[in-house]
Design a protein. Structure first.
Length: 76
């Protein structure tokens, strides 16, 4: 049994509960504890350019938009 979609197999295995449990055990996605997919922007949900310092949890684009409102000053 091979398929690209993890959930598509559930329809085929409903008649065989023992095989379904075994399939879920070995082929379900791992629960992640770290990495890029866990860190999302609070404002837009983007996963790239994430700023976590000072517990901001914003992407760089959203940070530029609201930095002055938060209390950051631009030095240049």
């Amino acid at each position: 049994m091979t398929t690209k979609s993890y959930t598509k197999m559930f329809k085929q295995l409903k008649a065989k509960p023992a095989k379904l449990l075994k399939y879920k055990k070995h082929n379900s996605p791992k629960l992640r504890t770290c990495g890029k997919n866990l860190k999302k922007c609070r404002r837009c949900g983007s996963k790239s350019g994430h700023i976590q310092k000072y517990n901001l949890k914003l992407c760089r684009k959203c940070f530029r938009d609201i930095a002055i409102k938060i209390g950051f000053k631009k030095y240049s």
